[in-house]
Design a protein around this ligand. Structure first.
Ligand SMILES: CSC[C@H]1O[C@H](OP(=O)(O)O)[C@H](O)[C@@H]1O
Ligand SMILES: Nc1ncnc2[nH]cnc12
Length: 292
């Protein structure tokens, strides 16, 4: 039976995961450098979990400095089958109220200063990001969050900005006009890299504030983000445990979205034009599709 191995990327306010059996920590280095922190491994029932705090313990890394490529590569090398990302986010819609959760299903990438692909000269790939989230994992995560007591929105468009400064009022209004639901600084390029690594990925975002567009509400600050997070992070933690318990004892089948084989439709560089050094570096990420 194929088992589930869940990679959990903890966002702001989620730097540890309690309640794991057989807990151990692994310091790893990937071909793409060191991940944000040690990997915390353990299990809940027969579901293996690998936890990684995105900003490192103590929140050392800015959104721009998070080593997104190393993080996803480390999870892939650890045998993770599915990646659930937990993020704090601002709300761009009246009815996405601070304290609510969103099972994000679309992203708009406005980041500008991050490495956002594993591929490059000597091995070019164009994966589809039309449906950036694994529908099955997202549905399981949504159910797990609701069982944990969350008010949850199924679906939502997350605008990923570079930061670390929060948005201006003009930007916040623009993103609202674009139809975005929530805003954060980290889900991109994380989701793109997970797709390139053929890892099903989903984001559970916790709404912590109304950004700065709402005239009668104070503009977002770290203080009010932390305050809302303090009141609601227990829900995120319980959701992770619920998710593992739901999957416990079930056979893992491939994602219904074909994510584990997406590189079969994405590689374009002719075999004789491929760079052997890059191919070697890509083994953990794309070895299945590249062969060797
Ligand atoms: C602490 S407010 C801004 C910070 O919070 C979010 O982090 P994450 O997505 O890792 O939960 C946001 O993206 C910013 O990095
Ligand atoms: N308003 C906001 N903008 C960007 N990232 C955030 N993370 C939490 N709230 C945010």
């Amino acid at each position: 039976m194929t088992k589930w191995t869940l990679g959990i990327i903890g966002g702001s306010g989620l730097y540890e995961l309690d309640g794991l059996e057989d807990r151990r920590e692994d310091r790893v280095v990937t071909a793409w450098g060191e991940p944000s922190d040690t990997l915390v491994r353990g299990r809940i029932g027969d579901v293996d979990l690998v936890f990684l705090p995105r900003h490192g313990k103590g929140h050392r890394l800015t959104p721009s400095a998070v080593p997104y490529r190393a993080n996803i590569a480390a999870l892939k090398a650890a045998g993770v089958t599915d990646v659930l990302s937990i993020s704090a986010c601002g709300s761009l819609k009246e009815d996405y109220v601070p304290g609510h959760f969103v099972a994000v299903d679309q992203f708009i990438d406005r980041t500008v200063a991050r490495e956002s692909t594993y591929f490059g000269p000597g091995m070019v790939a164009h994966v589809s990001m039309a449906r950036p989230v694994c529908s099955r994992l997202s549905a399981f995560a949504a159910q797990a969050a609701e069982s944990a007591g969350a008010t949850l929105h199924r679906g939502g468009t997350y605008l990923a900005m570079e930061g670390p400064q929060f948005s201006s009022l003009a930007e916040s209004r623009l993103y609202r006009q674009w139809g975005c639901d929530v805003i954060g600084m980290t889900a991109m390029p994380e989701a793109k890299l997970a797709r390139e690594a053929e890892l099903p990925y989903a984001t559970l975002a916790m709404v912590t504030d109304y950004d700065c567009w709402r005239s009668d509400t104070e503009a977002v600050s770290v203080t009010n983000v932390l305050e809302i997070m303090g009141r609601n992070s227990a829900i995120a933690r319980t959701a992770i445990v619920n998710l593992a318990r739901t999957l416990d004892g079930t056979e893992r089948t491939p994602s219904p979205d074909g994510i584990e084989t997406c590189l079969d439709f994405a590689l374009i560089t002719a075999p004789d034009a491929r760079d052997p050094v890059l191919l070697e570096k890509l083994q953990v990420i794309a070895g299945r599709a590249l062969g060797g």
